[in-house]
Design a protein around this ligand. Structure first.
Ligand SMILES: [Zn+2]
Length: 88
């Protein structure tokens, strides 16, 4: 289920992000520190406290659990490949 969030422009492709689908069902809206994957280009970002999105830093990538990082990279590549397929 998608929830409305403040509009943020994607750092990767400039697409407006105004909705979030939270993978963790324990909270319906993204909270500070949650990861965001752009549905259009696969760019990975981090939610701020005000539910806008900033790009992830190399330090944050480095600190991430390797299994989680693989999942994120897979989802990111899936989104990017889907966009290349012209289904936007
Ligand atoms: Zn994007």
């Amino acid at each position: 289920m998608s929830e409305r969030v403040p509009v943020t422009r994607c750092a990767g492709c400039d697409a407006p992000c105004d909705a979030a689908t939270v993978a963790d069902s324990t909270h319906p809206l993204p909270v500070e520190g949650d990861l965001s994957i752009c549905a259009y280009c696969g760019a990975v970002g981090i939610y701020r406290a005000d539910q806008t999105i900033r790009p992830i830093t190399p330090q944050e990538w480095a600190r991430m659990d390797p299994g989680q990082r693989r999942q994120i990279e897979g989802a990111s590549q899936f989104a990017a490949a889907r966009r290349k397929g012209g289904t936007r």
